[in-house]
Design a protein around this ligand. Structure first.
Ligand SMILES: NC(=O)c1ccc[n+]([C@@H]2O[C@H](COP(=O)([O-])OP(=O)(O)OC[C@H]3O[C@@H](n4cnc5c(N)ncnc54)[C@H](OP(=O)(O)O)[C@@H]3O)[C@@H](O)[C@H]2O)c1
Length: 321
């Protein structure tokens, strides 16, 4: 086991758990900082005895953040929210929480800090999520100038909330919504989904690449898709023939207004604002190629886990196309 100790805030999350596994495989000691350490115990078998240690730490609280980074050589911030709820808001998590972790990382003498932000982070975006991500990046870089920012696109993998969610809808509903393809909408914004394992591999590599210090990496998969192309792919992989119903953004926003009242809203107006613009890697951005990596395609990975949404008799995944 190497001597390096890495603290991963959000280590039990979708991206975090792949990160923890890869860090453990690389021989690092990993401190997994989440609100309730009990909920991160499932990670322990990913490493040797004592190699992965979950601790309770809330990024909204100075003392618990300080104690979670004590002795850390590297710190990774992989916490995020998709909507505001109680104390968990875009501002408190993406901006203040990220800054708090950066300050603690400086105080404890960590040599590396990686902030997981998001593709589309932009101070002038219409989406409050995207604005908060940009502000978080700026605050972290001000406190810890050699911090590396990683901006993944929509992330896919067995536990994702994107392909799984629409596949679940396709199983139950005869209709799949295509937002932004309707009256008055230009309607063909593009996404560049990226595999969760590649995001985790890239972050672990970044920790060893001195040249990545202070850089911003945009991580997207090998190709871009329109929203409609993704819905068609989901229908194909789940063996469902579904009507793809164009819904203009204004109509979707009215629907989202009501959905936002649910405890876990499946759609918000802020997410629609994000969906209305391209979410793709900039031509000039640092990315996988600068780390010597070739990202996996949606077609290579998604059929492996969308098979569970097929009818029983047809669960052998089709050849990807
Ligand atoms: N998933 C994507 O498609 C995607 C795309 C682009 C960018 N990102 C970014 O990637 C990062 C990770 O996303 P994810 O999808 O892996 O998130 P996730 O699955 O929701 O996981 C969030 C993690 O943060 C922890 N957490 C939440 N609130 C916390 C708090 N106050 N203090 C300490 N820990 C807290 C959660 O554990 P507890 O709830 O147990 O505390 C969990 O471990 C986020 O910054 C997100 O914005 C994700």
């Amino acid at each position: 086991m190497a001597d390096r100790l890495v603290t991963v805030f959000g280590g039990s999350g979708f991206i975090g758990r792949y990160l923890v596994k890869r860090l453990a495989d690389a021989g690092d000691r990993v401190c997994v900082a989440v609100r309730d350490a009990e909920n991160a115990r499932f990670l322990k078998p990913m490493g040797d005895v004592g190699q992965i240690v979950p601790v309770s730490a809330n990024i909204l609280d100075d003392d618990s953040v300080r104690s979670a980074v004590r002795g850390a050589d590297a710190v990774i911030f992989s916490v995020g929210v998709l909507y505001n709820r109680g104390r968990q808001t875009f501002q408190s998590i993406h901006v203040e929480g990220a800054e708090r972790v950066a300050k603690a990382a400086v105080e404890c003498g960590a040599s590396r800090l990686v902030l997981v932000s998001a593709l589309g982070a932009d101070p002038s975006s219409e989406s409050v999520y995207a604005v908060s991500k940009a502000e978080g990046e700026a605050r972290v870089s001000a406190v810890f100038p050699s911090a590396t920012v990683v901006r993944p696109g929509v992330v896919f993998g067995a536990e994702d909330q994107f392909f799984n969610r629409f596949a679940a809808i396709a199983r139950l509903s005869p209709v799949l919504p295509i937002f932004g393809h309707g009256l008055l909408d230009a309607g063909s914004s593009r996404l560049q989904p990226v595999y969760v394992g590649d995001v985790a591999d890239a972050i672990v590599k970044i920790l060893d690449v001195v040249a990545s210090e202070g850089g911003t990496y945009e991580l997207g998969g090998p190709r871009t898709y329109s929203y409609k192309e993704i819905m068609k792919l989901i229908c194909r992989q789940t063996g469902r023939q579904r009507l793809l119903a164009p819904i203009p953004f204004w109509a979707a926003k009215i629907k989202a207004l009501f959905l936002e009242l649910l405890p876990v809203p499946p759609l918000t107006r802020d997410q629609l604002a994000l969906l209305s613009t391209d979410n793709v890697v900039a031509d000039t951005a640092l990315g996988f190629s600068n780390l010597g990596m070739t990202p996996s395609s949606v077609e290579a990975i998604v059929p492996r886990y969308l098979g569970r949404y097929r009818r029983r008799a047809t669960r052998t995944p089709p050849m990807s196309s």
